[in-house]
Design a protein around this ligand. Structure first.
Ligand code: DHB
Length: 391
């Protein structure tokens, strides 16, 4: 088979890139080890930056998001017995975020690709990429017991944090990995209960961090900091609700409890690999970088990467101009490192570190006090939270 762009991974980066390329008349094939159902049902985060929202709307995949997503003009920071609102909309000059689950974005992108005649291959195995140092790299894989081989001009590694494609960039001589582990994880739940708050609450407490988010008028998404070795079976529903209430009640929140239908533990990591390209291979999204979830940046970074990649590939096919492809890594790394810093900052300001001293606690509270009382500091948080414009 022959296609212009072979895309490994049907997550936000791979699907959005295939969609954007189609709109400019460039064809692609997307492959994924997972089945369509698994992709459409895996629960991930749910905050879309203004730039992601605008791109979805402008390219015709924003209808359900507009109908079912919630526009949030602010977030709350809870600490030291008080609730403080950060007015994202006002501080950022009219930008905001939309709470809409990542797997719903994926459903929308898959439906649109299929409606447009896109070639998506789910449930493949034995992916092998070769010829990256030639002008005709190949992607081979097994599908329904048959070996398939794609001949492409470019290969995109958008295969998430359990990536195969990243390791095609030789480590040491070409690739450097930057990595940071955190001594905690998030326990996440989905529960049948109406929202406890109109806007998200990021809570600092002496029992650890908690986050109150939402999904719909009848489903809530909530998280709380736990030890990374935590097993979901260790926590009964009653104990979870008591803990969430205890971490937020000092600031005046009242948690609305209900049947919990999903529990998971999310590990925390910061990771970046440089460069994000090698020969005819370009990495996008979690295959190249991971952020801790506190800044709500993961999916947005993936979308921002492929927005740049789409333009770069467009310049190549329109005018044989390789300039934007050559500068791809340098262009996207600016945003990636901005988001790395922001995610690390939010994480370290709000979580309890196991070795924290009273000095550290007071320093955290001083920082939270500054962020909620100084308009300049609040604006820094707001600008980062709603995200940089895409272009
Ligand atoms: C959600 C996840 C996040 O990581 C975050 O910072 C805010 C909200 C969510 O899943 O709703």
């Amino acid at each position: 088979m022959r296609t212009q762009v072979g895309i490994v991974g049907a997550g936000p980066a791979g699907l959005m890139l295939s969609h954007l390329l189609h709109q400019r008349g460039v064809d692609s094939v997307v492959i994924d080890l997972r089945g369509r159902q698994e992709i459409e049902e895996t629960i991930k985060a749910g905050v879309l930056e203004q730039g992601t929202v605008d791109l979805m709307t402008q390219t015709g995949v924003g209808d359900r998001m507009k109908r079912d997503g919630f526009v949030h003009h602010g977030i709350n920071l809870a600490f030291a017995g008080q609730m403080h609102r950060i007015d994202l909309h006002e501080l950022s000059g009219g930008r905001s975020v939309v709470v809409y689950a990542q797997h719903e974005v994926l459903k929308d992108l898959i439906a649109k690709r299929l409606q447009d005649g896109g070639d998506l291959r789910f449930g493949v195995s034995d992916t092998k990429v070769e010829g990256l140092d030639t002008e005709q790299p190949t992607v081979s894989f097994q599908q329904d017991g048959e070996l398939q081989r794609l001949e492409c001009d470019f290969v995109i590694g958008a295969d998430g944090s359990r990536t195969y494609t990243r390791f095609l960039i030789p480590e040491g001589t070409v690739r450097t990995d930057f990595f940071r582990q955190y001594p905690f994880a998030w326990f996440g739940i989905l529960a049948e209960a109406p929202p406890s708050s109109d806007e998200l609450i990021y809570a600092h407490s002496d029992r650890g961090f908690a986050l109150i988010s939402t999904r719909s008028p009848s489903v809530q998404r909530l998280y709380f900091q736990v030890d990374p070795s935590t097993n979901t079976d260790d926590w009964s529903d009653d104990r979870i609700w008591e803990e969430l209430q205890a971490r937020t009640s000092g600031a005046g929140a009242t948690i609305k409890a209900g049947p919990i239908f999903r529990k998971d533990v999310l590990q925390f990591r910061s990771f970046v690999c440089e460069p994000m390209q090698y020969g005819r291979l370009y990495l996008a999204g979690d295959a190249a970088h991971t952020v801790p979830p506190t800044g709500a940046k993961g999916m947005n970074l993936a979308i921002a990467d492929v927005h740049v990649l789409d333009r770069a590939l467009g310049a190549f096919y329109d005018a044989k101009d390789t300039g934007l492809l050559e500068s791809y890594t340098a262009t996207v790394l600016k945003r990636v490192w901005r988001a790395q810093h922001f995610s690390w900052w939010m994480t370290s300001m709000l979580h309890t570190f196991p070795d924290a001293t009273d000095f550290d606690l007071r320093r955290q509270l001083a920082e939270l006090e500054m962020v909620t009382s100084s308009p300049t500091a609040a604006k820094t948080l707001a600008d980062n939270y709603v995200g940089l414009p895409l272009s």
